[in-house]
Design a protein around this ligand. Structure first.
Ligand code: PMP
Length: 355
């Protein structure tokens, strides 16, 4: 606390990101990054942009990237927005579409940034409890008086996916407010709600290059929706920072969308590894939610998640532990390379006394 802080600063409870320790080299299975490098074509494009043009501001309208992203999904540029990672777009969306006089509806166990942004923008959360299996209880995501809905699909950290039909039901139940579907993990086996944008002008779909395109360090995210929603985001963006993406990010992101073959190769690999590791963990007595993301959400009745987390950390493997009611006996484990996952499995077996 400082006497120089505004009341807003003093009231915030900032998000705590997954740790990025520097003390030694860990096997990092704690922040859902890709274990694979970015496409070689992306690196080439970024290298090509390292030249004296860096003295010039980047294109404030991000035209080339918006063109590439809209064409990729069969949309128009007026239905497409780009930002510095999906976190920035989420912040813009909270400011653009949610009325502080009305509560914002989201799950009690979900991406923890939603609570942080709600506080920042003076929005009261209307929390919907996940069901006994940690699934999204769709029938409860409606009502009178709320000012909007936000759901990650798949949900984080539970990794469970809603079908396109379920998303359509959600939209039918919430016709008068903006529904944000955060698809950070959609490319690992899900079906994107982008297909529904033509039918619902209140739908905003947010995606990122951070996970399935192995570019968390480049900070590039997208939003897709009706032209009126995209206009709303642009009003907010241009009131904060009109040069959202830098020249290197703009070039790298276009190249990422053009290398479909590599994208398919690394997402298929992550999915195959996920299925293999999930099966082995079930064999060891772990409960493993049905993941369609690049991470697993696991718990074991006989072993405390926090102890496993600390023991793995001690042995050089970082996973994510959440000290949060209902999920404090779960671990979130990002999918690494096959070798990394074999080390994780070997250590886990040793700790729980399986040979
Ligand atoms: N949404 C969800 C559900 C996430 O888990 C993350 C990653 N932590 C993000 C959005 C943000 O991703 P980025 O800003 O890297 O695009």
């Amino acid at each position: 606390m400082s006497k120089y802080w505004s009341p807003l600063t003093a009231s915030l409870e900032p998000y705590v990101p997954g740790e990025q320790p520097k003390d030694k080299r860990y096997i990092k299975l704690n922040t859902n990054e890709s274990p694979y490098p970015p496409s070689a074509k992306v690196l080439e494009a970024i290298n090509g942009a390292v030249n004296e043009d860096l003295r010039l501001y980047p294109d404030p309208n991000c035209e080339a990237l918006i063109e590439a992203a809209s064409a990729y999904y069969g949309l128009s540029p007026e239905q497409t927005f780009v930002g510095n990672g999906s976190d920035e777009i989420l912040a813009f969306a909270f400011a653009a579409f949610f009325d502080p006089k009305k509560p914002l509806m989201f799950a009690d166990i979900t991406y923890s940034f939603y609570k942080v942004y709600a506080k920042f923008y003076g929005l009261e959360p209307q929390l919907i409890s996940l069901d006994d299996e940690l699934g999204i209880p769709l029938d409860q995501f409606h009502g009178d008086g709320h000012g909007g809905v936000i759901i990650p699909n798949p949900n984080a950290p539970t990794a469970e996916l809603l079908s396109l039909e379920a998303i359509r039901t959600l939209l039918e139940q919430n016709r008068d407010v903006v529904v944000v579907i955060d698809e950070a993990y959609i490319d690992f086996g899900g079906e994107s709600a982008i297909a529904l944008i033509g039918d619902y002008d209140n739908l905003l779909v947010i995606q990122t290059l951070s996970k399935s395109r192995a570019l968390a360090g480049l900070r590039v995210g997208f939003a897709f929706g009706s032209p009126e929603l995209i206009d709303g985001l642009n009003r907010i963006k241009n009131s904060f920072n009109s040069y959202t993406l830098d020249r290197l990010a703009l070039r790298g992101a276009v190249a990422a969308l053009q290398d479909e073959e590599y994208f398919k190769q690394i997402t298929d690999k992550v999915i195959a590894t996920r299925e293999r590791v999930a099966e082995q963990l079930r064999g060891l007595g772990f409960r493993v939610t049905n993941s369609k993301a690049n991470f697993l959400f696991i718990s074991h009745d006989d072993f405390a998640a926090k102890d496993l987390f600390l023991a793995l950390r001690e042995r050089g493997v970082l996973v994510r532990y959440f000290a949060q009611p209902r999920i404090d006996n779960y671990l979130r484990v990002s999918i690494g390379t096959d070798d990394e996952m074999d080390t994780f499995l070997k250590l886990t077996k040793e700790m729980i006394g399986h040979s």
